[in-house]
Design a protein around this ligand. Structure first.
Ligand SMILES: [Mn+2]
Length: 286
C-alpha cells in the first residue's frame, strides 16, 4: 500500500469491526494506515477486534497487532470517544460491559444519535446466529477451508502487487458467487433490521458477516462496516449526520474515486487543503 496519501479525514463517527488481531489474516498494517489518516469524535469498535478463539489455540501477536492496540488506546487518551462493543470472537470482554479500560468504554450494545437526529443501534451481530443457522454458509464451509482461502488470497495479492494491480478479494468474490451465501446474508440483514425496528431505532450498524454494506431496507438504515481481514472497510458519519461506507484499499489506489469524494472534505488540522493537489503527487495509474 502506498503511504503517499497524507490526508487527514475528519468525521464525526467511525465504525470498524472484525479486525481479528491475533490471526495472520488481520490486515494490521492497512488498519494502522487508516487510523493514522482519520480522526473522529466517536470511534466505535464493533466486535471481533482481538480474536480470542484463535489466540487460545495458537499464540500469534506480531508488532503491528500491538501497534493497532496502542494506537486505539492513544486515540482514547487524546479525546476520541472510543467505544468497544465485543463480538463473538472477543466475547470474554462482554462480562466487563459498563466498565472503562484505558479510557475505552465497554458496552454490550449502544444507541448513537447522529447530528441530524437518527438513532442508530450498534451491535456486533452474532446475537441472532441461532435464528439464521439454517443458512450458515460460513459454518458449512468451515473455519479451515476459509483460512486456506484467505492464505491463497494473500499470495494472489502479493503477485498482483508485484504486477502493480490493485488489491482484489478472492473470498469476497466467491461469497458473492455462492448462492447460499447470498441467502445467509439476506437472512442476517432481515433479522437485524426487524430487531432494529422493534427497538424503535432508525438504523443499525453491525459487523460480524464480513460483508460491508450501507443501504435502506424497508425504511430502516442497514449499515455493516465490513472487516479488516478482507474488505478493509469502515462506516463513517460526516458532520452533517450523513453516513458513508469507505473502502480503504480503493481510497488508496484509485485517484478518480479519491478526487470525487475528498473534494468537499478538505480540512487538515484546521488548515484548508487542496485534496486533489495532494493526491496528484501520490498518484498511481490504474
Ligand atoms: Mn463475529
Amino acid at each position: 500500500m502506498n503511504d503517499q496519501s497524507p490526508i487527514l479525514n475528519r468525521y464525526r463517527s467511525i465504525w470498524i469491526s472484525d479486525i481479528h488481531l491475533g490471526t495472520p489474516g488481520a490486515s494490521a498494517e492497512q488498519l494502522l494506515h487508516f487510523l493514522k489518516h482519520t480522526r473522529s469524535e466517536y470511534l466505535f469498535l464493533v466486535g471481533d477486534i482481538v480474536d480470542g478463539w484463535q489466540l487460545k489455540k495458537r499464540w500469534y501477536w506480531p508488532q503491528a497487532h500491538n501497534d493497532v492496540v496502542q494506537k486505539l488506546l492513544r486515540k482514547a487518551r487524546h479525546g476520541t470517544n472510543v467505544i468497544f462493543i465485543p463480538g463473538n470472537h472477543d466475547e470474554a470482554a462482554r462480562q466487563y460491559a459498563g466498565l472503562t479500560f484505558g479510557e475505552i468504554k465497554l458496552c454490550q450494545d449502544y444507541i448513537h444519535e447522529t447530528t441530524d437526529g437518527k438513532r442508530l443501534w450498534i451491535v456486533h451481530g452474532d446475537l441472532f446466529d441461532h435464528i439464521i443457522q439454517h443458512a450458515r454458509w460460513l459454518a458449512y464451509i468451515g473455519d479451515k477451508a476459509y483460512n486456506v482461502l484467505l492464505r491463497m488470497n494473500r499470495w494472489l495479492n502479493v503477485c498482483r502487487d508485484a504486477l502493480n494491480l490493485p488489491y482484489w478479494s478472492l473470498s469476497q468474490y466467491l461469497k458473492l458467487k455462492v448462492k447460499s451465501a447470498v441467502s445467509f446474508i439476506s437472512a442476517f440483514e432481515h433479522v437485524m433490521v426487524t430487531e432494529t425496528r422493534r427497538r424503535g431505532c432508525d438504523g443499525i450498524i453491525c459487523g460480524h458477516i464480513h460483508k460491508p454494506e450501507l443501504k435502506n431496507i424497508d425504511g430502516i438504515i442497514y449499515g455493516n462496516d465490513g472487516d479488516w481481514v478482507e474488505s478493509l472497510s469502515a462506516l463513517v458519519e460526516h458532520h452533517d449526520g450523513s453516513l458513508e461506507l469507505l473502502d480503504w484499499s480503493q481510497i488508496c489506489e484509485s485517484n478518480a474515486w479519491r478526487g470525487a469524494v475528498y473534494d468537499d472534505i478538505s480540512v487538515v488540522d484546521g488548515e484548508p487543503v487542496k485534496a486533489m493537489g495532494m493526491l496528484a503527487s501520490g498518484g498511481q495509474s490504474r
